[in-house]
Design a protein around this ligand. Structure first.
Ligand code: NAD
Length: 484
């Protein structure tokens, strides 16, 4: 097992432009913090507009060759990268715990999940196909081919520092696209380490650049304006996603958007309550609640509400809070002081409006950014926590009477990413799954992410799908060739 000092001592902290570490064009550095202590971990190079241009130049120069590299060769590079990430599992896991805060066991899970995109899309790379048909008019033949979209900009969030990167990088490279990644300023280190892995796996010069920056909008705006950029793929908040879509409109830039969620978790009166509590714990507490799929609004039929609330409260009370790299930790710190105050404000607002705190409800300790696992009951409909993403370890429970009321409450949001239901009835499971306005529905399951399934949302939760066999399509253009 690698130690923190050894890991930090050998970490790449320069910009990664065109498959090389470069110091950058004089943008200086910015600090990356450990959220468990608030201390600075390392200083990382801060990309400027000039660095963005250098990355574009490198990617544009590499694009044609990469697009025509046999898909089997592209696949082999991704497959090799999957192997290397797993060989370096301890390093990636510790690094994510240090820069983002999640418990080490969850970081290890993310290494496996994040690496899996590299393997999955190495397998998809060689299966891109088109179609052929004769025109029904009898006046010609129709050939449909798929080509890489081209140079793509990826902007990623801090909550899954590896997986949110590989879920974009792997399909882009598989399809034959070059890519510039702008990771979140809170967690730039994991992507820099991944760039090293992809170089070692044989990725040619220029194909991938990683640009950490503390000046996201200044760096990104000129990239959007450059005609060599053909696509943007963004994972992050709905607010920033809307701004980027407006910027993309000026060049009709192809856009994929994985945005915010505010998942309902609906427990019907026929559900196995113990299983529902297990599912709620997984759906709520994965990543300390900092997941776009997190179950934030827990709707429970009034017939079983008190029993469910008591069981969930007991489980939340039993969780051990601590630094992610400490033995036995189940709940790590939130990523930043800003995130901590957002969570505290949402709880305060709910309590002011009449919600009851069953457990937790306060900041924990005075070092780092810890918040107690919290259960709120009797949350009134006008509480902000039912409308806004909480992104923290807070479960808000609301009662309902009957299926129609439960479904209506679940759909009462502008978000539509994930939804969860617990019921013993197959008919109800299928009927409610259809009625829910969400891109993904978990039936009697609290964890739904799967590399082989299409991930994405409806309504204001996004455009497009990542992973699954659908994921590579986001990086392909369709061309119709009319033949005589
Ligand atoms: P965020 O929107 O604040 O930031 C996301 C990324 O955008 C970061 O890299 C950030 O630096 C960058 N950014 C911010 N402002 C920008 C601007 N003006 N121009 C260019 N780039 C800009 O989100 P976050 O706080 O990092 O992540 C949490 C959010 O991500 C939550 O809303 C969560 O639901 C969402 N999320 C969605 C999914 C999904 O698949 N749908 C997955 C994970 C996280």
């Amino acid at each position: 097992m690698i130690g923190t000092d050894e890991l930090l001592g050998k970490l790449p902290t320069s910009l990664w432009i065109g498959s090389k570490q470069v110091p950058g064009s004089g943008g200086g550095t910015f600090p990356v913090h450990n959220p468990a202590t608030g201390a600075v971990l390392v200083e990382v190079a801060d990309a400027t507009v000039e660095d963005g241009k250098a990355a574009l130049d490198a990617a544009a120069a590499a694009q044609a060759d990469w697009a025509t590299t046999p898909s089997r060769e592209r696949a082999q590079i991704l497959r090799r990268a999957w192997e290397i990430v797993l060989e370096r599992r301890d390093e990636f896991a510790l690094l994510m715990t240090l820069e983002m805060g999640k418990p080490l066991s969850e970081s290890q899970g993310e290494v496996d999940y994040g690496a899996e995109f590299l393997r999955w899309f190495s397998e998809e790379a060689v299966r891109v196909n088109g179609r052929y048909r004769e025109s029904p008019s009898g006046r010609g033949r129709i050939l449909v081919t798929k080509e890489p979209v081209g140079l793509t900009l990826a902007i990623t969030p801090w909550n899954f520092p590896l997986a949110m990167g590989t879920r974009k990088i792997a399909p882009a490279l598989a399809a034959g696209c070059t890519m510039i990644v702008k990771p979140a300023a809170e967690t730039p280190l994991t992507m820099l380490l991944l760039a090293e892995v992809l170089r070692d796996a044989g990725l040619p010069d220029g194909v991938l650049s990683i640009l950490p920056t503390s000046r996201s909008s200044a760096l990104v705006a000129p990239l959007f304006e450059d005609s060599r950029l053909r696509k943007v793929t963004f994972t992050g908040s709905t607010t920033v996603g809307k701004m980027l879509l407006k910027q993309a409109a000026d060049r009709v830039l192809r856009s994929s958007m994985e945005l915010g969620g505010n998942a309902p978790f609906v427990v019907f009166d026929d559900a196995d309550l113990d299983a529902a509590v297990d599912g709620a714990m997984a759906a709520k507490m994965r990543n300390t609640g900092e997941a776009c799929t997190a179950a934030n609004r827990i709707y429970v039929d009034n017939a079983v509400r008190d029993e469910f609330s008591a069981k969930l409260t007991a489980r939340m009370k039993s969780l051990q809070i601590g630094p992610g790299d400490a033995e036995g930790t189940q709940v790590g710190p939130l990523v930043s002081a800003k995130q901590l105050s957002i969570v505290a404000d949402l709880v305060a607002d709910a309590v002011d409006k009449g919600a009851v705190v069953e457990t937790g409800g306060a900041v924990a300790g005075d070092v780092g950014y810890f918040y107690e696992p919290t259960v709120l009951t009797g949350v009134p409909a006008d509480a902000r926590i039912l409308k806004e993403e909480v992104f923290g370890p807070v479960a808000a429970i609301v009662g309902f009477d009957g299926e129609a009321e439960g479904v209506a409450a679940a759909n009462d949001t502008e978000y539509g990413l994930a939804a969860y239901i617990y019921t013993a009835g197959l008919d109800r499971a299928l009927r409610v799954s259809r009625a829910l306005e969400a891109g993904m529905v978990g039936v009697n399951r609290g964890i739904i992410s799967d590399v082989a399934a299409p991930f994405g949302g409806v309504k204001e939760s996004g455009l497009g799908r990542e992973s699954g066999s659908e994921g590579i399509e986001e990086y392909l253009e369709i061309k119709y060739i009319a033949l005589p």
